[in-house]
Ligand binder design. Structure first.
Ligand code: AMP
Ligand code: GLY
Length: 423
């Protein structure tokens, strides 16, 4: 089985690391990949949205399965592109088709889906620039803080949370009228603010059957105590200690089941991961967002806990036989800490040499923004490398990651020393 993974982050390195352990794996390709995937697979330096070239790669490398890491190609319809071309339509693609990928590609679509299927989520209304005055009036009916969300993909930056009504109105205008997030903010969802602790649950489905994967919690802010700017994610823990049996059962009954049934009722074919961002309000789970892919760095703690052969699992997704898979999970806790370039998430330099001594370590080092150049491993992005460890609880797991951090160095390296502080 020759497999092609699309993407270049810690998520894709983790998929590659896990697939590489399968006796069923033939050749593994990652497009475009990073220095970590280069150690165990062949990298192909092509953009994940260049579907014509991806087709050529699929044919010339005799690919039997495609696994899509990031949301962009899914929202742009890479799965449909394969299905609609007789030369490559036989190749299973893990990741939903365009219609269902709108669960992440359009906040308005996701909200309407949740309303239609009675899935608990924050009250909301959506507005376009013709309805600016109505948007102002709606803001006046809410109590602060105000939550404004660009409808479309905005590289994780499209959500604003504002304390001041005047500022909220200005930002609404900037989004709708002045295209603050380009076309992504041509529609804006204004939502009731929910107060609680966040967590995520991951589901893998073949469209008919599904498996609930472990919960995880990530840490999005750059600074300790969740201060400062938002990032892609600075660390993660799985499972989430406060998600006990009763709470998990509520998530399953009120959210996971109606989501899968809703996809079927709405005729939205879905083979892939569903990432459900939740907030725990009192003792109830409420949906904040859907993503149509795995999280990063959540993958770096969820996938290492899966004990099955991942090729078997993905084959079952492709074949629609996920019900035949008996999912086995490592009961221990996994924690990951992300190292980032100095300055990130604002301006930062690339091209710093990375020194990593992996001997005698009981941690896993997953590459994110790294590149192999003339034999050297260099930084090539904001988030550089995730250090994952196992422990009997999250404290023990984290302690190992922090200890093994000594084995890694690059100029300007920064990481949060307080992952799990709120648990
Ligand atoms: P999203 O891109 O929808 O995940 O939103 C980004 C972040 O904004 C979330 O992780 C939450 O921390 C926060 N957020 C989004 N919606 C709400 C809400 N209705 N109430 C409180 N916080 C929210
Ligand atoms: N870590 C959050 C995300 O992948 O969207």
């Amino acid at each position: 089985m020759n497999i092609l993974i699309l993407g270049s982050g810690g998520r894709e390195h983790t998929f590659a690391w896990k697939l590489h352990q399968s006796p069923k794996l033939g050749k593994l390709f990652v497009l475009p990949g990073n220095a970590g995937t280069a150690e165990i697979a062949e990298n192909i330096p092509v953009d994940v949205n260049d579907f014509d070239v991806i087709k050529e790669v699929a044919l010339s490398k005799d690919i039997n399965m495609v696994i899509v890491g990031p949301e962009d190609p899914l929202v742009n319809g890479v799965h449909d592109f394969f299905l609609n071309d007789p030369e490559i339509s036989h190749i299973p693609v893990i990741g939903p088709q365009k219609a269902a990928a709108a669960l992440e590609g359009s906040k308005k679509f996701a909200k309407e889906f949740m309303m239609r299927h009675e899935i608990p989520t924050a009250a909301y209304q959506s507005f376009t620039k013709e309805k600016l005055e109505e948007g102002f009036s709606f803001l006046e009916t809410l109590t602060p803080p105000y939550v404004l969300k660009a409808d479309g993909l905005a590289a994780g930056k499209g959500v604003l949370i504002l304390n001041d009504l005047k500022e909220a109105k200005e930002e609404l205008k900037a989004m709708l009228v002045n295209s603050k997030f380009g076309n992504a903010s041509a529609t804006v969802v204004i939502e009731e603010f929910l107060s609680g602790i966040e967590l995520s649950v991951f589901v893998l489905t073949d469209g008919e059957n599904y498996k609930v994967l472990p919960t995880a919690k990530d840490y999005k802010r750059i600074g300790e105590n969740d201060a400062g700017l938002n990032t892609g994610g600075m660390g993660a823990i799985s499972p989430v200690p406060f998600a006990d049996k009763e709470f998990l059962s509520k998530i399953h009954q009120r959210i996971v089941k109606p989501t899968i049934e809703g996809l079927k009722k709405d005729n939205l074919p879905y083979k892939g991961f569903i990432f459900i961002g939740l907030i725990k309000v009192d003792d109830d789970p409420i949906v904040i967002e859907y993503n149509v892919r795995m999280g990063d760095p959540e993958t770096e703690v969820v996938v290492p806990r899966i004990q099955n052969d991942l090729v078997d699992v993905f084959e079952a997704v492709g074949n629609g036989t996920l019900d035949t898979i008996d999912l086995k999970l490592d009961e221990r806790t996994a924690a990951t800490v992300m190292t980032v370039s100095g300055g990130y998430p604002e301006a930062y330099e690339k091209g710093k040499e990375i020194m990593l001594n992996k001997e005698e370590t009981d941690s896993l080092f997953f590459h994110a923004g790294t590149i192999l150049k003339e034999g050297y491993v260099l930084t090539n992005g904001g988030r550089v490398m995730a250090v994952t460890s196992f422990g009997n609880d999250f404290k023990e797991a984290l302690q190992k990651s922090y200890q093994n951090m000594e084995k890694l160095h690059f100029d300007g390296m920064y990481y949060r020393k307080d992952i799990g502080f709120d648990l």
